[in-house]
Design a protein around this ligand. Structure first.
Ligand code: 4AD
Ligand code: MG
Length: 462
């Protein structure tokens, strides 16, 4: 007897099909001659209704052990369902209960807050909302690979342990095998890293970009999709200490090509997820944020707005809104500014380019004016920055100067500079925060609810 997934049964099961399902009991309703239970197996939002007839072998004993949370295998025959909202239900012939669950099972019927569910992260994926989130997350990840693979980009695995701080923001988490109770010191009273595992300071990577640039110089177009880490002490609904980032890197590409790719990429992923997870997306629209489907439609069918940072500042200066943070050429955009541009002014994603040189990373290509760099941030309604990228500085002398002015010793990144010494090419890329994308797509308010086991300051359970 083949085991069938409930998603498939609800889509294409027919009366008289004989089959087996495996899953967990959501609810049970006992009537006189027969009883009902709803079973979910994670394949879709909907449960399959199972009818248990009094005539069934062992009826009373089986019924007693079928409480919410119990794991079951049911063999039976599909019948047309008289109930509304479902085509078929399963008439049980045999029921095997693998594991019972008593009244202490934490997901009894009542609704729970997302805050509470975070404290039971090992159970929350069985709830409707988190179940839908993780199915969408999966579809989203598959779409990411599909997009790049279709276009001939090679997926490259860049290191998780690194000796460099790509973004230069100093938000690094250290990796060490030193005994922290007895740290060895040099004569100068600094930590003696020569005794550490790598013989020098090591960190969890904040970005795979520098290594992706190396690979792009061999394969033309590559992308990374892996975990990145930031010791950012911001306890916000948009930041994680561990998040997944997608970083395409393209040789022979400038900022315009980079913007085009970012736009096509987001459109592709939204379209694909809508196709693969229509019920889950409908659910988010009904239960989480009633703009979810309109947002998807907006992304898929509109061109993104493109403005320079200088234009953005002028627009913000003219804004009727009062901002908490100052608006002034040279200062970074705060999230209230980003949201004004994307949500209120343009009502769609905005790509802001050519930021002041002082506020961006060392690797970004210096613009012709010498005051800006060829950076791009994609700002999304409700989320703010979802993508950060740039054309890279491919000119050796300028790059070395930029490193020095950022306090980076060029010798430490000798291999990165080597790419500019031999066969250098204009190139560009960007980083998309995967959880911000899933958040944007589902309308979920807190980024901690779109990754199975969130890592944030003072939070490392599970
Ligand atoms: O703008 P960021 O810092 O850019 C880079 O890391 C570049 N090296 C990317 C590149 O050009 N290859 O980060 C990129 C994106 C942000 O736009 C945001 O979506 C996400 O990563 N991000 C975070 N997501 C969750 N939690 C955090 N703490 C994040 N920090 C950045
Ligand atoms: Mg950024």
């Amino acid at each position: 007897m083949t085991t069938k997934r409930i998603a498939e049964i609800l889509r294409q099961g027919n009366p008289d099909d004989r089959l087996t399902i495996q899953g967990w009991v959501q609810t049970k309703r006992e009537l006189k001659a027969f009883s009902f239970m709803e079973v979910n197996d994670g394949s879709c939002l909907a449960n399959l209704q199972v009818v248990l007839d009094q005539e069934m072998a062992d009826y009373d004993r089986v019924l007693k052990s079928l409480s919410t949370g119990a794991s079951v295998e049911v063999e039976g025959v599909l019948v047309a369902s008289p109930a509304k909202g479902q085509r078929v239900e399963l008439k049980a012939e045999t029921v095997v209960v693998y594991g019972e669950a008593d009244e202490n099972y934490p997901l009894q019927k009542k609704r729970h807050s997302f805050e509470f569910l975070r404290t039971i992260a090992h159970w929350r994926s069985r709830t409707n909302t988190l179940g839908a989130v993780f199915r969408v997350r999966n579809a989203c990840a598959a779409a990411v690979h599909e997009f790049f693979q279709q276009r001939g980009f090679l997926w490259m695995h860049t290191p998780i342990i690194t000796g460099n701080d790509c973004e230069g923001a100093g938000e690094l988490l250290a990796v060490t095998s030193l005994d922290l109770k007895n740290v060895p010191h040099t004569k100068e009273q600094t930590v003696d890293y020569s005794q550490d595992f790598f013989g020098k300071p090591a960190y969890l990577t904040v970005s795979g970009q520098l290594e992706a640039e190396v690979m792009a110089m061999a394969f033309g177009n590559v992308y990374t999709f892996g975990p990145t880490f930031r010791a950012e002490n911001s306890n916000t609904s948009r930041h994680l200490a561990e998040f997944w980032m997608i970083e395409p890197e393209m040789a022979f590409c400038d900022l315009e090509g980079n913007m085009d790719l970012a736009e096509q990429f987001l459109q592709f992923v939204f379209k694909s997820v809508l196709e693969k997870c229509p019920e889950d997306m409908e659910f988010f629209n009904q239960r989480i944020d009633n703009t979810v489907l309109a947002t998807a439609d907006n992304i898929i069918n509109n061109q993104f707005e493109r403005v320079t940072y200088t234009e953005a500042i002028a627009l913000l200066e003219k804004a009727p809104d009062k901002f908490e943070f100052p608006v002034e050429w040279g200062l970074d955009l705060q999230s209230e500014h980003e949201r004004y541009l994307a949500e209120k002014l343009f009502k769609k994603p905005v790509i802001v380019t050519d930021y002041p040189i002082e506020i961006k990373a060392f690797y970004m290509r210096v613009g012709d004016d010498g005051k800006t760099v060829r950076a791009m941030d994609v700002l999304a309604p409700n989320i703010g920055e979802i993508i950060g990228g740039s054309q890279r500085e491919e000119r050796l002398d300028i790059l070395e100067n930029r490193m020095r002015s950022h306090g980076i010793n060029p010798e430490e990144l000798w291999w990165y500079l080597d790419l500019r010494r031999f066969g250098t090419v204009p190139h560009a890329g960007f980083g998309l925060g995967f959880e911000r994308l899933v958040q944007f797509m589902t309308g979920m308010g807190n980024i901690r609810d779109v990754i199975p086991f969130p890592r944030a300051p003072l939070s490392l359970d599970f």
